[in-house]
Ligand binder design. Structure first.
Ligand SMILES: Cc1cc2nc3c(=O)[nH]c(=O)nc-3n(C[C@H](O)[C@H](O)[C@H](O)COP(=O)(O)OP(=O)(O)OC[C@H]3O[C@@H](n4cnc5c(N)ncnc54)[C@H](O)[C@@H]3O)c2cc1C
Length: 398
């Protein structure tokens, strides 16, 4: 076993950290306050090669593996702990990778290069109002008619709706194609949203991640070309599960990046802040929290890096079963957001009243990371259900 990153990976981390320190971190407050990621930040990220990083070189990407993509997610979240920029990055990297694997060549040539150049947004549209966790109950339909695909329904709580409507781009979208077949009756397609007849959107006011929108896409007799079908008809459930494994690994990576940054700031602070005649760091009540937080973060990192490493081995060496990958990814996604939330909360508390100010910047992380506990890319209880199912077998699922 070898728990270290390669020299190349360390150099990559260093260069992304420097890039983010220069181009992203100084804008983090503005991103949250103004409620958008400035387009020049996205252009800079694209020029650096961060957007759609996992997409193959054929379409302009770097063809990066998931360890590399996870390192980038950590560094982006470290610079903008609100998660807004990390979300923009990771949905493109996770679901862009899935499109690269399964979408038609025509769709890939049309869609992926602009995602990589930062011109358009790519996200995932799975959740519906009737219950996001239950993908099998998807009621948005897609049917073939006169050489076109016709969609009807609605997707809600979808990241990046305003961005996709403004800049262009769209979503890897889960639709029902054979209702009687339950999970075997789902398909995936690419759904553009900008200036598309039959699409209307609305945006939620939310508690965090202000720099990226979350909204609803109403889909009323929307026509898309047949080559926007992703993979085979009625195989969408399996592709979606694969895409979730990719995106969840990057979500978990982003969480540890934000937590790492918060903890480092906290360590500096408790060494400097004197109270009752001593630095805060000297008090056992604080040190014990620090020890627990450090350990939680190390545990989360091990799970996240292992999940990314396993994904890479699966794709390049055909190692690991779905069962092993599902358990590894769900464990990382279960542990990392909660660890990050606990760590940010502790550091915010060490800061005292200053922690409660926007100026301190920690509350951005507190609000952002919580989106991953609630459910973005899958709720925590769903991660437990996956782990339980993979340990016990499908006969023990409800
Ligand atoms: C900020 C944000 C951004 C998002 N972005 C996207 C996006 O880009 N694309 C997208 O498709 N979706 C997105 N989502 C939606 C997300 O995927 C859903 O929130 C998630 O799947 C949960 O669905 P739900 O919110 O409908 O909650 P429900 O499915 O109604 O679940 C509610 C609660 O019940 C729990 N629960 C559900 N089933 C069970 C069970 N069987 N046993 C025990 N507990 C259970 C869940 O853990 C959760 O806490 C986003 C969500 C948020 C908060």
């Amino acid at each position: 076993m070898d728990f270290s990153f390669t020299e190349e990976q360390e150099l990559f981390r260093k260069s992304v950290r420097e890039f983010c320190k220069k181009k992203l971190a100084p804008r983090a407050n503005e991103i949250d306050e103004k409620g958008e990621i400035p387009h020049e930040v996205l252009e800079d990220m694209a020029a650096f090669g961060l957007l759609g990083i996992t997409i193959s070189e054929e379409y302009g990407g770097s063809g990066a593996d998931f360890i590399t993509a996870a390192i980038a997610a950590e560094e982006i979240a470290r610079a903008d702990i609100s998660m807004a920029t990390a979300v923009y990055y990771l949905v493109g990297a996770g679901w862009g990778f899935l499109m690269d694997r399964y979408a038609s060549k025509a769709a890939k040539e049309e869609i992926l290069p602009d995602v990589i150049k930062g011109k358009t947004f790519l996200g995932i549209a799975s959740t519906e109002a009737a219950g996001g966790s239950d993908i099998v109950s998807t009621s948005t339909t897609m049917e073939k008619r006169d050489g076109k695909l016709i969609l009807n329904g609605a997707k809600t709580f979808i990241s990046g709706v305003r961005e996709a409507a403004r800049y262009g781009g769209g979503y890897v979208t889960i639709v029902k194609t054979s209702p009687e077949l339950k999970h075997k009756g789902l398909s995936l397609c690419y759904l553009p949203v900008k200036d598309v007849q039959g699409i209307t959107t609305s945006i939620f006011k939310q508690m965090g991640r202000e720099g990226i929108s979350t909204g609803t896409i109403n889909i009323n007799s929307v026509e898309i070309p047949e080559h926007y079908l992703i993979g085979e008809w009625n195989r969408g459930f399996y592709y979606a599960m694969e895409g979730f494994n990719c995106a969840r690994t990057l979500v978990a990576a982003a969480c540890i990046g934000a937590a790492q940054k918060a903890l480092e700031s906290g360590i500096e602070y408790i060494k400097e802040r004197h109270i009752f005649g001593a630095p805060l760091a000297k008090f056992e009540g604080i040190q014990f929290q620090l020890a627990e937080d450090y350990t939680k973060l190390e545990a989360a990192k091990l799970l996240v890096h292992k999940a990314a490493w396993m994904l890479d081995r699966m794709y390049t060496e055909n190692r690991f079963s779905n069962n092993e990958i599902n358990k590894a990814v769900a464990s990382a996604k279960l542990v990392a957001p909660t660890a990050a939330f606990d760590i940010i909360k502790d550091v915010l508390t060490w800061y005292g009243a200053y922690g409660y100010t926007r100026e301190a910047g920690l509350e951005r992380g507190f609000r952002g990371v919580y989106s991953y506990i609630i459910g973005a890319e899958g709720a925590q209880n769903i991660m437990k259900i996956i782990i339980g199912r993979e340990i016990l077998g499908k006969e023990f699922t409800t």
